[in-house]
Design a protein around this ligand. Structure first.
Ligand SMILES: *Cc1c(COP(=O)(O)O)cnc(C)c1O
Length: 375
């Protein structure tokens, strides 16, 4: 994800020309829409209805369980504007289901999927004028669920708050989709089977951040994580899944590591595999790949492309892989045709240029603006 800090928008309702200028070049979440959706949970009273509130600091007891023991999970999802002006959330229920699974893994109380989608839709409707419509652009939503009960003993919280942020966004590595360089993590481990690797929980990112920061100091964009047990199998990047494109006779074959508990089950990954399985698409399979097989494939030219995929970055090429024995270039180091085609195919569905045959888009009617109470 981008290094630019989200700046709370000084003016949640800029005049139309100022807003147009922002939406032309929003960066990745450089501007806040100035509003959030809030849903609270209390063991006694259950879930509250979503409230649309001004973007502001969170007031929390310093003994809040989520701050000390890491009960904090999040999602990243997007709303897109089609050419006809319609604004739609992309796979909101699937994001809500994953948020619920992440929460359950941390002994938190999962938010009902329907409530999560309704809160996101209410927020999108309230800030619909902030949804950009340029190629690859979106409104990025970040639902965070955190335990807020004050308690220094270790136990599940009886209070939680869900706050959903919304920021207009270009894809997080920039709309140019320049190739990334990645380096293989040889010492540190992001996740082990039985741990929390599959959850989008805050602690996972903290665990990987030192390695990622050191990699960036050495000139790489990202870390390619290996499995924690054998240190042999390719898993994923810190915030994105990986897809490998292999030469296969006259065609190509797409593979991605299987999700067996240590890899986030990316919805972008799933969408791309589903789209690839359509008519005329390449063969695609979930299949373990060892680091040795990946490096051999790069050396002998059978592995022609590596793509990274996730909601924030969409689909980006990996152009260079760093190993202890030196760097290898992927193809000629620039974006390959399959990576470009996968991204175009996905964005065409998300932005309404091709039919949504999988029912992934959830239109947000402007009338929903009243679905979340304004303060
Ligand atoms: C969010 C995330 C992904 C990508 O998931 P999407 O649903 O495609 O956004 C992949 N890996 C990690 C570690 C992630 O946090």
């Amino acid at each position: 994800m981008s290094d630019s800090a989200p700046a709370p928008c000084p003016d949640p309702d800029p005049d139309p020309s100022a807003l147009r200028a922002i939406l032309k070049d929003p960066g990745f979440c450089r501007y806040s829409t100035g509003r959030v959706a809030v849903v609270d949970w209390d063991a006694g009273t259950g879930w509250s209805e979503p409230v649309i509130a001004p973007y502001a600091d969170l007031a929390m007891d310093p003994a809040a369980l989520g701050l000390h023991y890491g009960q904090a999970v999040f999602e990243g999802m997007k709303a897109f504007r089609a050419a006809d002006g319609t604004v739609s959330l992309f796979r909101p229920d699937d994001h809500g289901r994953r948020l619920a699974r992440s929460a359950a893994r941390l002994a938190m109380t999962p938010m009902p999927v329907e409530l999560c989608t309704r809160a996101c839709a209410a927020l999108v409707a309230a800030v619909a004028h902030w949804v950009p419509g340029g190629y690859g652009q979106s409104l990025y939503l970040r639902p965070l669920l955190i335990s807020t009960e004050a308690e220094l003993g270790l136990r599940p919280s009886r209070r939680q708050r869900c706050v959903i942020l919304a920021h207009p966004a270009d894809p997080c590595f920039g709309a140019g989709f320049r190739p990334l360089s990645v380096t293989v993590a040889t010492d540190a481990v992001r996740a082990v089977r039985g741990g929390t690797g599959e959850s989008k929980c805050a602690g996972n990112y903290a665990a990987g951040l030192l390695t990622r920061t050191e990699a960036q100091a050495r000139g790489y964009d990202e870390v390619l994580w290996l499995d924690g047990l054998e240190r042999r199998w390719i898993e994923e990047l810190s915030t994105m899944n990986v897809l490998l494109v292999w030469r296969d006779g006259d065609g190509v074959r797409l593979t991605t590591p299987p999700c067996d508990g240590t890899i986030v089950r990316g919805l972008t990954r799933d969408s791309l595999l589903t789209l690839a399985a359509g008519p005329g698409g390449p063969a695609a399979a979930e299949e373990p790949t060892s680091l040795d097989a990946l490096l051999d494939g790069l050396r002998d030219g059978r592995l022609t492309e590596i793509a990274a995929c996730g909601t924030a970055g969409v689909v980006v090429p990996v152009g260079r892989v760093g190993t202890p024995d030196g760097d290898l270039t992927v193809g000629d180091g620039t974006e390959g045709p399959v990576t470009a085609l996968l991204r175009r195919t996905l964005l065409d569905v998300q932005q309404g240029r091709t039919p949504d045959t999988h029912g992934w888009l959830r239109p947000v009617p402007p009338a929903d603006a009243n679905g979340g109470r304004r303060p």
